[in-house]
Write a protein that binds this ligand. Sequence first.
Ligand code: SF4
Length: 268
Amino acid sequence: MIKNPLELYKHLDQSNCRRCLLPSCMAFSVAVIQGQKKISDCPLLSAEKINELSGGIVRKKSMSEEQDAYLAVLQEEIAQQDLKDIANRLDLPLKEKTVGVKCLGKHFWINTQGGMTSECHCNNWVHIPILHYLLQSKGSQPVGEWIDFPAIKDAGGKERFFAHRCEESMQQLVDEHTELFFEILDLFEAEEVLESEADKARILYPLPNVPFLINYWESEEAFPSKLNILFDSKVSENTNVESVYMIGRGMVEMFHQLIIRHSSGELF
Ligand code: SF4
């Protein structure tokens, strides 16, 4: 069995000829293991070699495949619960055998099998955290004490990813489109924080009782701009760190798409 790129690399021509449209044989090995290329995409491998290797390559699951698998587990758990009990516990509305959860000011409705409907676009970044919220939240009210991502329970090892993929990516969007970015936040019922050390501060609710505080400082002379995202200290009683990270990534992606749309297709 071939479980990693190095093992596959040993079977390749190793000429880095680029005929597979990748810069090297090692890049090709990585792409095959990650499921982005097929072994037959290397024209220098014989048909016999392709046959020999094909059955033995253990492909890693892509992120979306992993998310789909996790979603299926959560849906099975929801199917074993009574939605009325969940609605009572978390003080949520019920409508035609579905329970409603507000995410960024819009309702998403979960049915008895964990399926989701909404007037908004449904995808994993909102579906998974909502199901997790229904199953695990204690319904704790926020207390207004703000903590950063590393202070969230079990955040160890994920801080770097959150800082890079959520905070830095969001900061880049705000730097380039400051006014539009905050107009978009208003569409999602963001609350303006008037007494803040930041130049602009808004509170968003991607889940009930799970506020995200976005603080932004504009650049000034020698000081570059800065953005951070803070959470209520009760966050771990209502969701887990994986959901917080997923929501952060999902929001950045959604804001990016909205900015592209509002900027008449202008990419940056
Ligand atoms: S086509 Fe094959 S030999 Fe050429 S770089 Fe790609 S993997 Fe390597």
